[in-house]
Each structure stands twice: as C-alpha cells, then as structure tokens.
Ligand binder design. Structure first.
Ligand code: NG1
Ligand code: ZN
Length: 525
C-alpha cells in the first residue's frame, strides 16, 4: 500500500536502537534522548492515525518532564486535549517495539484495519518540544512519521506540555487556540477572579527549573501587568534543566533550589518542573537555613476545593446540587486526606499513580479536583454545570467567578502556570498569606526512596497501589514493618517512568518515617 511504501521509505532514517525495548509508562515513553528516534517516528505515525480516525487534530509533545536533561520522551495528546486514551497505548507499544521494517509496516496495517481507517490523509498533528537540546531533532522524527499517513505535521516549537494540550483542545472546539490566546484567556479569567480584592503585596519567587516555564511565564506575566501579581523568575535557563532546582528536586530533597539564597524566610515561592505541568509552592524556613516548607499538590487540592466550596455555596438556588470530588493517589499525605475527610466534606477517591487515572476519576463529579502530591493536577468541570453557570453568570458573581475558575485552570491537563493563577487567586480572595494556608493541617513526616532491582515487574499491586499482590510474602512483611510504627503507613510500587521500585513511608516523626522507608526498601531488595 501507499502507507507501507511511505513507512518503508522513511523508517531507515529512524532505526530502532539495538536492544532498546521502549515501554509506554505512566505518561508516555521516556529514555535517553539518543535512543528515541524510532520511538518518535512511530508515535508520529500513530498520532496521525488517531487524527484521521477522529477527524480532528491531535498533538505530540517531546519532553521528559522532571527527568534529567539528557533524557527525553513523548507525551501524546488526544483530540479532546487530554492524554492519549488508554486503548491506544497498546498500539504505541506495538509500534515502538516493531523489530524490522516489515514488522513495523505490518503493525501499522493492523492498526489501520482494526480502527477501520480505509483512506489515509487529511488532519493535522501539532508537535511541540521543551527546552532539551534533543527536542527539535526528535520533533522532526515525529513529523516524518506523521507524513507517512498523509497527515500534516504542524511544528509548534517551544511550548509547555499543558500549553500544547490546551491548544489542541481549543482548536478542536473551534475556539481561539494560539499561544497568545492561552495567555489572554488565563489572564482575563484571573482578573475576573480577583476583581475587587487587594493584591497580596509580596513578590512571588518562581523557580522555573531552567526550563520552558521561564519564557512562557514571562509572556503570561506581560498580560497580567496591572493585576497586582509581581513574579520574580529564577532558574530561567542559565543552569542545568531540573538540576538542583524545580518542583521534583524540591519535593524529594525539601531543600531550597539553586539561586534562592537571597530570598527571605517566609517569602511566597513556587517551583515548576521541566515542562511546567507540576507545581509546588514553598517558603524558605527561618530556623533551618537551606530548607524549605512545602505546599504540595495535596495542599493545592485543598485550597482549590475551598475556593470551589466558597463559590458554590454563594450560587443562587437555581444552580441546583453540585457534587465536588477530590481525587488523590496513595502518595497523598495522610494528614491531607484526614483534613479533606473531616473538614471539607468532599468525596475522596484514590486511584493508581498517573494523571490519566486521576483525570478519569475527576470526570465523575460536577467539579472534580485532582492533584498528585508532586503537584500535577487540575480541576475539571462537567459541561452541564458550566451551561447552568452561563445562564446564571449575569445575575450571580459567584457563577461568573466559577466560570472564570474553569478558564483559569487548564481543564485539558495539569498546568503549573494556570495552577499558579489558581493559587494566587484563592489566597488573594481570602487575603491569606502562606501562614494561614500552612495552618490547614500539618503534613505527616514522609520519606520516598528508590530501589534498583533486577526486574521491577515482579512487584504487582492492588487497591490503588497501596498493597502488593506479588511477590508472595512481601505485603505481609510490609504489614509487619508498619504495625509497630505510630501513624505508620508504607507501600511499594514499580515506577512507570524509571527502572526502579519506589518506596513510600510516613509516620509521626521524620526519624520513624526514614526508618520505616529504609526497612521496607530492604524487603524489596
Ligand atoms: P512513576 O515513575 O510511575 O512513579 C512519576 C510520578 C507520577 C507521575 C509520573 C509522570 C511520583 C511518585 N510518581 O511516575 O506521579 O507524575 O512520574 O511524570 O511522583
Ligand atoms: Zn512534567
């Protein structure tokens, strides 16, 4: 066929690296950048097929997020702007692992047949990349794959992952979709949310992880001039991507990032990751120099839910009942879960790690708030509810504000830049500093460790990853380690993005959490 011929002609330039077995993980493929030519080429083919099948635009973002700079990876964008649907992950794995050209051609033919795609052609795949030096080259490899199906690759250059998701979502809805429209939409909605409130006054010190967040926040901030939000950008690209800075560094080490020595204790600070889809707030601690107090995804979820609750309770009766749910993973701090259960009166659901699971569960509510502890998350609104709000917005400020909230927060996918505007608006509306936010609850001390094992797939889990199903005896041993520890909790799971087993433990003191994590790590070895 013509597709087979096109694949054959192009694929010689994108051979599968010897011995490389890519696997679609928690958020797509990730590996050392030099291994990824073939994976990108093949993802290009697949997302072109996805676009033809849906008669819509799809997207490909070349990024390895918070992982080291020499790594790269790919995140795939559905026509809805959400992450690739799980049914297509199998195709991704099959295509990425095809060993020969003829094997690849057969896999492509099988995908087209199974999806009933008779005539290739038409459609657009939007392709963006983060600041990794390997990005433009890998974007070209993806584009070559897209062309094999007669689909047009549109090179979008440097974008945050959430910006690309937003652009695909907006464009398929027939709405303004350019990067400038993203900035205008978020900034306009922020201004609506904070209208009539006093600016917080102090500067927000933003750690951009030396990544794409720096130029993109600078562009967004331009539109926010006059809105009383002063942002001081740090780690804007002069240093190593995710090196000694960024949200992941902060969460794992709870140390101040590079270039924060001059920032005063108590100052409002935030950090994003390499592709700006994770957000943590933090502040330098006065009593332990070099250390930070974290405001993680759990705390952002609580603040978001409080803002939602305030606004929903101010709606006129015509709004009807509105369900609010908070979705977490096993990594949510026990103190946060307890606070939500006892004080916020929202439904709580726990899903396995990976935003695809949280995102799906958030759709169960009129307003679904989901955040991973690491700061990846967003708020989803059901269409019907938004339609009701549209009708009420003329007479009800709360309805208009909820609509603004649904625009400020990127509903396609977790977005650190839009998360910043959400947090800033929520704090400002309550005239809260970090002190009040911190006082909601006190995190239980916790510890995360990575353990390298021969084969991490021997560990399988159940109950949203809180318990091990195999190997035999491991869960009983973990239970025995946890039992004597006050407020103890621990679990292990194979990472979906790295070749490691992750260990998590929490307890009523840092020493006890560290000891429990260490003891459980030994059980995994
Ligand atoms: P893995 O490697 O599966 O633990 C990590 C994060 C996820 C998610 C993905 C994608 C933790 C414990 N895990 O997944 O939450 O963000 O990366 O980036 O933070
Ligand atoms: Zn990321």
């Amino acid at each position: 066929t013509s597709v087979g011929a096109a694949v054959e002609a192009a694929s010689a330039r994108y051979p599968l690296a010897k011995g490389f077995r890519p696997s679609y993980g928690t958020a797509g493929f990730r590996a050392l950048a030099e291994l990824l030519d073939s994976t990108m080429f093949r993802c290009g083919i697949m997302m072109a097929a996805r676009a033809i099948k849906a008669s819509a635009i799809t997207g490909i973002c070349i990024t390895a997020s918070h992982n080291p700079a020499p790594d790269n990876g790919v995140k795939l964008v559905e026509p809805s702007g959400e992450m690739l649907c799980q049914e297509w992950e199998t195709y991704a794995n099959d295509l990425a692992n095809a060993q020969t050209d003829s094997d690849l051609i057969a896999q492509v033919a099988s995908l087209l047949a199974r999806e009933g795609i008779a005539a290739p052609g038409g459609g657009i795949v939007m392709i963006a990349h983060d600041t990794r030096p390997s990005g433009p080259h890998l974007a070209e490899a993806a584009a070559a794959g897209v062309r094999c199906l007669g689909v047009e690759p549109q090179m979008c250059g440097l974008l945050t992952t959430p910006q690309l998701h937003w652009m695909v979502m907006s464009r398929n809805r027939g709405q303004p979709w350019a990067e400038a429209d993203y900035c205008a939409a978020l900034a306009g909605a922020y201004q609506q949310l904070v209208a009539g409130t006093q600016p917080l006054g102090q500067t927000l010190y933003m750690d951009c992880a030396n990544g794409v967040g720096a130029p993109k926040m600078a562009a967004l901030a331009q539109q926010l001039a006059g809105a009383g939000l002063a942002v001081d950008l740090r780690n804007t690209g002069e240093g190593v991507l995710n090196g000694g800075c960024g949200s992941d560094f902060l969460q794992k080490d709870r140390q101040l990032p590079a270039n924060y020595a001059d920032v005063p204790a108590g100052a409002r600070c935030c950090a994003v990751d390499g592709d700006s889809d994770r957000l943590m707030y933090f502040t330098p601690l006065a009593d332990t120099p070099g250390k930070a107090l974290l405001f993680d995804g759990d705390r952002i979820a609580c603040l978001s839910a409080m803002l939602l609750r305030d606004l929903i309770s101010a709606l006129p009766p015509g709004a009807g009942d509105v369900s609010v749910g908070i979705i977490q993973t096993a990594y949510a701090n026990g103190a946060a879960s307890a606070y939500i259960r006892d004080n916020l009166g929202c439904a709580v659901e726990v899903t396995p790690t990976g935003v695809k699971y949280l995102h799906e569960a958030a759709h169960h509510y009129d307003c679904g708030v989901y955040f991973e502890a690491n700061g990846h998350g967003t708020v989803l609104f059901v269409k019907d509810f938004l339609a009701r709000l549209e009708q009420l917005a003329g007479e009800s400020r709360a309805a208009a504000d909820l609509l603004a909230l649904s625009v400020v927060i990127n509903q396609a996918v977790g977005d650190a830049l839009s998360g910043i505007l959400l947090v800033e608006a929520a704090l400002r509306r309550r005239a809260w500093g970090l002190d009040q936010w911190a006082a909601l609850y006190t995190d239980l001390p916790s510890r995360q460790l990575k353990v390298t094992v021969a084969d991490r797939t021997v560990i399988t889990t159940t109950d949203a990853e809180t318990r091990c199903a195999s190997p035999a005896g491991l869960q009983a041993a973990i239970d025995a380690a946890v039992a004597p520890v006050p407020r103890g909790r621990a679990f292990v799971r194979p990472s979906g993005t790295e070749d490691v087993v992750r260990v998590y433990a929490e307890a009523d003191s840092q020493e006890a959490a560290d000891a429990l994590a260490g003891a459980v790590a030994k059980l995994v070895h």
